[in-house]
Design a protein around this ligand. Structure first.
Ligand code: NAD
Ligand code: ZN
Length: 269
Protein backbone atom coordinates (compact mmCIF):
# COMPACT_ATOMS: atom_id res chain seq x y z
CA UNK A 1 0.00 0.00 0.00
CA UNK A 2 1.58 3.26 -1.14
CA UNK A 3 1.80 6.29 1.15
CA UNK A 4 -0.64 8.32 -0.90
CA UNK A 5 -3.27 5.60 -0.93
CA UNK A 6 -3.13 5.06 2.83
CA UNK A 7 -3.75 8.80 3.32
CA UNK A 8 -6.78 8.74 1.03
CA UNK A 9 -8.15 5.64 2.71
CA UNK A 10 -7.72 6.95 6.26
CA UNK A 11 -9.17 10.33 5.39
CA UNK A 12 -12.17 8.87 3.54
CA UNK A 13 -12.86 6.34 6.31
CA UNK A 14 -12.87 9.20 8.83
CA UNK A 15 -15.28 11.25 6.69
CA UNK A 16 -17.59 8.23 6.37
CA UNK A 17 -17.63 7.76 10.16
CA UNK A 18 -18.64 11.43 10.52
CA UNK A 19 -21.20 11.48 7.69
CA UNK A 20 -24.91 11.55 8.46
CA UNK A 21 -25.99 9.62 5.38
CA UNK A 22 -23.95 7.35 3.13
CA UNK A 23 -24.96 5.64 -0.09
CA UNK A 24 -22.88 2.79 -1.50
CA UNK A 25 -23.02 2.04 -5.24
CA UNK A 26 -21.47 -1.26 -6.32
CA UNK A 27 -20.75 -3.00 -9.63
CA UNK A 28 -19.30 -6.24 -10.93
CA UNK A 29 -15.82 -5.48 -9.52
CA UNK A 30 -17.10 -6.05 -5.98
CA UNK A 31 -17.83 -9.68 -6.86
CA UNK A 32 -14.59 -10.26 -8.79
CA UNK A 33 -12.85 -11.58 -5.65
CA UNK A 34 -15.66 -14.10 -5.18
CA UNK A 35 -14.67 -15.50 -8.56
CA UNK A 36 -17.58 -14.01 -10.51
CA UNK A 37 -16.30 -12.58 -13.76
CA UNK A 38 -17.16 -9.07 -14.92
CA UNK A 39 -18.72 -9.00 -18.39
CA UNK A 40 -15.32 -8.48 -19.94
CA UNK A 41 -13.91 -11.60 -18.26
CA UNK A 42 -17.06 -13.66 -18.83
CA UNK A 43 -16.80 -13.29 -22.60
CA UNK A 44 -13.71 -15.50 -22.88
CA UNK A 45 -13.28 -18.93 -24.44
CA UNK A 46 -16.51 -20.26 -25.92
CA UNK A 47 -18.10 -16.83 -25.69
CA UNK A 48 -15.31 -14.76 -27.23
CA UNK A 49 -17.33 -14.37 -30.46
CA UNK A 50 -19.99 -12.41 -28.61
CA UNK A 51 -20.33 -9.14 -26.76
CA UNK A 52 -22.73 -8.75 -23.79
CA UNK A 53 -24.69 -6.28 -25.90
CA UNK A 54 -25.39 -9.18 -28.32
CA UNK A 55 -26.64 -11.57 -25.60
CA UNK A 56 -28.12 -9.46 -22.80
CA UNK A 57 -30.88 -7.88 -24.87
CA UNK A 58 -34.56 -8.60 -25.62
CA UNK A 59 -33.70 -8.75 -29.36
CA UNK A 60 -31.08 -11.47 -28.76
CA UNK A 61 -33.60 -13.48 -26.73
CA UNK A 62 -36.22 -13.19 -29.49
CA UNK A 63 -33.70 -14.18 -32.15
CA UNK A 64 -32.06 -17.11 -30.33
CA UNK A 65 -33.42 -17.82 -26.82
CA UNK A 66 -31.45 -21.08 -26.49
CA UNK A 67 -28.16 -19.25 -27.11
CA UNK A 68 -29.01 -16.59 -24.52
CA UNK A 69 -30.10 -19.27 -22.03
CA UNK A 70 -26.81 -21.21 -22.53
CA UNK A 71 -24.87 -18.09 -21.61
CA UNK A 72 -27.06 -17.41 -18.56
CA UNK A 73 -26.91 -21.08 -17.51
CA UNK A 74 -23.11 -20.83 -17.47
CA UNK A 75 -23.23 -17.61 -15.43
CA UNK A 76 -25.87 -18.98 -13.04
CA UNK A 77 -23.76 -22.07 -12.31
CA UNK A 78 -20.85 -19.76 -11.52
CA UNK A 79 -22.94 -17.66 -9.11
CA UNK A 80 -24.33 -20.71 -7.28
CA UNK A 81 -20.78 -21.98 -6.69
CA UNK A 82 -19.51 -18.65 -5.25
CA UNK A 83 -19.50 -17.10 -1.78
CA UNK A 84 -19.66 -13.47 -0.60
CA UNK A 85 -16.18 -11.96 -0.07
CA UNK A 86 -14.91 -9.43 2.52
CA UNK A 87 -16.31 -6.57 0.40
CA UNK A 88 -19.88 -7.93 0.66
CA UNK A 89 -19.34 -8.65 4.38
CA UNK A 90 -18.08 -5.09 4.99
CA UNK A 91 -21.10 -3.56 3.24
CA UNK A 92 -23.50 -5.83 5.17
CA UNK A 93 -21.86 -4.94 8.49
CA UNK A 94 -22.03 -1.23 7.60
CA UNK A 95 -25.76 -1.40 6.76
CA UNK A 96 -26.39 -3.17 10.06
CA UNK A 97 -24.48 -0.59 12.12
CA UNK A 98 -25.65 2.51 10.23
CA UNK A 99 -29.42 2.66 9.97
CA UNK A 100 -29.30 5.58 7.49
CA UNK A 101 -27.00 3.81 5.00
CA UNK A 102 -28.31 2.62 1.63
CA UNK A 103 -26.85 0.05 -0.76
CA UNK A 104 -27.48 0.44 -4.48
CA UNK A 105 -26.10 -2.43 -6.53
CA UNK A 106 -25.90 -3.11 -10.24
CA UNK A 107 -24.98 -6.73 -9.51
CA UNK A 108 -27.40 -9.53 -10.24
CA UNK A 109 -25.49 -12.26 -8.38
CA UNK A 110 -27.25 -11.95 -5.00
CA UNK A 111 -23.97 -11.98 -3.04
CA UNK A 112 -24.73 -8.70 -1.23
CA UNK A 113 -28.08 -10.21 -0.23
CA UNK A 114 -26.45 -13.40 1.06
CA UNK A 115 -23.99 -11.38 3.16
CA UNK A 116 -26.82 -9.17 4.45
CA UNK A 117 -28.92 -12.17 5.44
CA UNK A 118 -25.83 -13.50 7.23
CA UNK A 119 -25.26 -10.21 9.07
CA UNK A 120 -28.85 -10.29 10.37
CA UNK A 121 -28.62 -13.98 11.24
CA UNK A 122 -31.30 -15.05 8.76
CA UNK A 123 -30.57 -18.76 8.49
CA UNK A 124 -32.41 -19.31 5.20
CA UNK A 125 -30.20 -16.67 3.54
CA UNK A 126 -33.34 -15.04 2.15
CA UNK A 127 -33.38 -11.22 2.35
CA UNK A 128 -37.18 -11.33 2.09
CA UNK A 129 -37.04 -12.26 5.79
CA UNK A 130 -35.19 -9.07 6.76
CA UNK A 131 -37.21 -6.32 8.47
CA UNK A 132 -38.92 -3.91 6.04
CA UNK A 133 -36.78 -1.05 7.45
CA UNK A 134 -33.70 -2.86 6.14
CA UNK A 135 -35.11 -4.09 2.84
CA UNK A 136 -35.91 -0.53 1.73
CA UNK A 137 -32.18 0.24 2.03
CA UNK A 138 -31.14 -2.56 -0.36
CA UNK A 139 -31.76 -1.40 -3.92
CA UNK A 140 -31.09 -3.95 -6.65
CA UNK A 141 -31.13 -2.06 -9.93
CA UNK A 142 -30.56 -4.82 -12.48
CA UNK A 143 -32.54 -7.76 -11.08
CA UNK A 144 -31.59 -11.24 -9.94
CA UNK A 145 -29.85 -13.85 -12.09
CA UNK A 146 -31.13 -16.63 -9.78
CA UNK A 147 -34.76 -15.86 -10.59
CA UNK A 148 -36.79 -16.42 -13.74
CA UNK A 149 -39.78 -14.56 -15.11
CA UNK A 150 -42.24 -14.95 -17.96
CA UNK A 151 -41.75 -12.95 -21.17
CA UNK A 152 -45.53 -12.46 -21.40
CA UNK A 153 -47.23 -12.42 -17.99
CA UNK A 154 -46.27 -11.42 -14.42
CA UNK A 155 -45.01 -14.87 -13.37
CA UNK A 156 -41.74 -14.71 -11.37
CA UNK A 157 -39.97 -17.21 -9.14
CA UNK A 158 -36.56 -17.75 -7.53
CA UNK A 159 -34.72 -20.45 -9.47
CA UNK A 160 -31.18 -21.81 -9.07
CA UNK A 161 -31.49 -24.98 -11.13
CA UNK A 162 -29.45 -25.69 -14.24
CA UNK A 163 -31.40 -24.81 -17.39
CA UNK A 164 -31.46 -27.24 -20.33
CA UNK A 165 -30.89 -25.12 -23.44
CA UNK A 166 -29.66 -27.40 -26.23
CA UNK A 167 -32.59 -26.27 -28.36
CA UNK A 168 -35.64 -24.00 -28.20
CA UNK A 169 -37.91 -27.00 -27.52
CA UNK A 170 -36.42 -27.81 -24.11
CA UNK A 171 -36.34 -24.24 -22.70
CA UNK A 172 -38.26 -23.57 -19.47
CA UNK A 173 -41.84 -22.35 -19.91
CA UNK A 174 -44.29 -20.40 -17.81
CA UNK A 175 -46.66 -22.57 -15.72
CA UNK A 176 -49.34 -19.88 -16.10
CA UNK A 177 -49.31 -19.15 -19.84
CA UNK A 178 -46.77 -21.52 -21.44
CA UNK A 179 -44.65 -18.70 -22.89
CA UNK A 180 -40.86 -18.78 -22.46
CA UNK A 181 -39.31 -18.02 -19.10
CA UNK A 182 -36.28 -15.68 -19.10
CA UNK A 183 -33.68 -14.61 -16.53
CA UNK A 184 -35.18 -11.99 -14.18
CA UNK A 185 -32.53 -9.42 -15.00
CA UNK A 186 -32.67 -6.05 -16.72
CA UNK A 187 -31.23 -6.26 -20.22
CA UNK A 188 -29.58 -3.54 -22.31
CA UNK A 189 -32.30 -1.33 -23.73
CA UNK A 190 -34.82 -2.23 -21.00
CA UNK A 191 -36.25 0.08 -18.35
CA UNK A 192 -35.16 -0.25 -14.75
CA UNK A 193 -37.84 -0.61 -12.09
CA UNK A 194 -39.10 2.95 -11.58
CA UNK A 195 -39.64 2.99 -7.79
CA UNK A 196 -36.26 1.30 -7.16
CA UNK A 197 -34.42 3.81 -9.33
CA UNK A 198 -36.26 6.70 -7.73
CA UNK A 199 -35.36 5.45 -4.24
CA UNK A 200 -31.71 5.20 -5.33
CA UNK A 201 -31.70 8.79 -6.65
CA UNK A 202 -33.34 10.04 -3.46
CA UNK A 203 -30.82 8.23 -1.25
CA UNK A 204 -27.95 9.60 -3.37
CA UNK A 205 -29.31 13.15 -3.17
CA UNK A 206 -29.61 12.91 0.64
CA UNK A 207 -26.16 11.39 1.13
CA UNK A 208 -23.18 13.47 2.22
CA UNK A 209 -20.95 10.69 0.85
CA UNK A 210 -21.39 8.28 -2.05
CA UNK A 211 -19.02 5.30 -2.06
CA UNK A 212 -18.59 3.98 -5.61
CA UNK A 213 -16.95 0.55 -5.62
CA UNK A 214 -16.12 -1.86 -8.44
CA UNK A 215 -18.03 -0.14 -11.18
CA UNK A 216 -16.78 1.53 -14.31
CA UNK A 217 -19.78 3.86 -13.90
CA UNK A 218 -20.50 4.22 -17.60
CA UNK A 219 -23.89 2.49 -17.89
CA UNK A 220 -26.79 4.87 -17.30
CA UNK A 221 -28.97 5.42 -15.39
CA UNK A 222 -26.83 3.81 -12.66
CA UNK A 223 -23.94 6.11 -13.54
CA UNK A 224 -26.11 9.16 -12.72
CA UNK A 225 -26.51 8.10 -9.08
CA UNK A 226 -23.16 9.52 -7.90
CA UNK A 227 -23.98 12.69 -9.86
CA UNK A 228 -27.01 13.20 -7.60
CA UNK A 229 -24.77 13.20 -4.53
CA UNK A 230 -22.39 15.68 -6.19
CA UNK A 231 -25.22 17.97 -7.28
CA UNK A 232 -26.56 18.22 -3.75
CA UNK A 233 -23.13 19.11 -2.39
CA UNK A 234 -21.92 15.66 -1.28
CA UNK A 235 -18.60 13.96 -1.99
CA UNK A 236 -17.55 10.78 -3.77
CA UNK A 237 -15.13 8.07 -2.68
CA UNK A 238 -14.05 5.80 -5.52
CA UNK A 239 -12.71 2.29 -4.83
CA UNK A 240 -11.33 0.70 -7.98
CA UNK A 241 -7.96 -0.71 -9.11
CA UNK A 242 -8.41 1.21 -12.38
CA UNK A 243 -9.41 4.75 -13.26
CA UNK A 244 -12.97 5.31 -14.52
CA UNK A 245 -14.89 8.23 -16.09
CA UNK A 246 -15.90 9.13 -12.53
CA UNK A 247 -12.35 9.26 -11.14
CA UNK A 248 -11.88 12.97 -11.86
CA UNK A 249 -14.98 13.80 -9.80
CA UNK A 250 -14.03 11.70 -6.78
CA UNK A 251 -12.93 13.64 -3.69
CA UNK A 252 -11.05 10.54 -2.53
CA UNK A 253 -9.76 7.76 -4.78
CA UNK A 254 -8.61 4.52 -3.22
CA UNK A 255 -6.72 2.42 -5.75
CA UNK A 256 -7.24 -1.20 -4.82
CA UNK A 257 -9.58 -4.15 -4.75
CA UNK A 258 -12.93 -3.90 -3.01
CA UNK A 259 -12.25 -6.91 -0.76
CA UNK A 260 -9.06 -5.31 0.46
CA UNK A 261 -10.27 -1.71 0.81
CA UNK A 262 -13.93 -1.82 1.95
CA UNK A 263 -13.37 -3.52 5.34
CA UNK A 264 -11.14 -0.57 6.33
CA UNK A 265 -13.09 2.14 4.53
CA UNK A 266 -16.42 1.08 6.07
CA UNK A 267 -15.16 0.16 9.53
CA UNK A 268 -17.67 1.52 12.03
CA UNK A 269 -15.71 0.98 15.26
P1 NAD B 1 -18.71 -2.61 -14.32
O1 NAD B 1 -19.07 -1.68 -15.39
O2 NAD B 1 -19.32 -2.43 -13.01
O3 NAD B 1 -17.05 -2.66 -14.32
C1 NAD B 1 -16.28 -3.44 -13.43
C2 NAD B 1 -15.33 -2.49 -12.68
O4 NAD B 1 -14.79 -3.17 -11.57
C3 NAD B 1 -14.15 -1.97 -13.52
O5 NAD B 1 -14.08 -0.56 -13.37
C4 NAD B 1 -12.93 -2.65 -12.86
O6 NAD B 1 -11.78 -1.82 -12.90
C5 NAD B 1 -13.42 -2.84 -11.45
N1 NAD B 1 -12.81 -3.95 -10.71
C6 NAD B 1 -12.31 -5.12 -11.18
N2 NAD B 1 -11.89 -5.89 -10.16
C7 NAD B 1 -12.14 -5.19 -9.02
C8 NAD B 1 -11.93 -5.47 -7.64
N3 NAD B 1 -11.40 -6.63 -7.21
N4 NAD B 1 -12.32 -4.53 -6.73
C9 NAD B 1 -12.87 -3.37 -7.14
N5 NAD B 1 -13.07 -3.06 -8.43
C10 NAD B 1 -12.70 -3.96 -9.36
O7 NAD B 1 -19.09 -4.05 -14.58
P2 NAD B 1 -19.28 -4.80 -15.95
O8 NAD B 1 -18.63 -6.10 -15.79
O9 NAD B 1 -18.87 -3.92 -17.09
O10 NAD B 1 -20.86 -5.01 -15.96
C11 NAD B 1 -21.82 -4.05 -16.31
C12 NAD B 1 -23.19 -4.54 -15.82
O11 NAD B 1 -23.37 -5.93 -16.12
C13 NAD B 1 -23.35 -4.49 -14.32
O12 NAD B 1 -23.78 -3.25 -13.93
C14 NAD B 1 -24.33 -5.64 -14.04
O13 NAD B 1 -25.66 -5.28 -14.23
C15 NAD B 1 -23.96 -6.67 -15.07
N6 NAD B 1 -23.02 -7.68 -14.51
C16 NAD B 1 -23.22 -8.15 -13.22
C17 NAD B 1 -22.32 -9.06 -12.65
C18 NAD B 1 -22.55 -9.53 -11.23
O14 NAD B 1 -23.68 -9.53 -10.76
N7 NAD B 1 -21.50 -9.93 -10.51
C19 NAD B 1 -21.23 -9.51 -13.41
C20 NAD B 1 -21.06 -9.03 -14.73
C21 NAD B 1 -21.97 -8.11 -15.24
ZN1 ZN C 1 -46.58 -16.43 -18.31
Amino acid sequence: MGHDRRDQLTEAAQAIREAKEVVILTGAGVSAESGIPTFRDAMEGLWSRYRPEELATPEAFRRDPALVWRWYDMRRRGVVACRPNPAHEAVAHFLRERSSATLVTQNVDGLHQRALAGAWGVASGDVAELPESVRVRILTLHGDILAVRCVACDYLRPDQDPVAAESDHVLPRCPQCDQLLRPAVVWFGEMLDGPTLEAAFEAAARADICVVAGTSAVVHPAASIPEMTLRSGGRLVEVNPARTPLSGKAYWRVTGSAGEVLPTLLATG
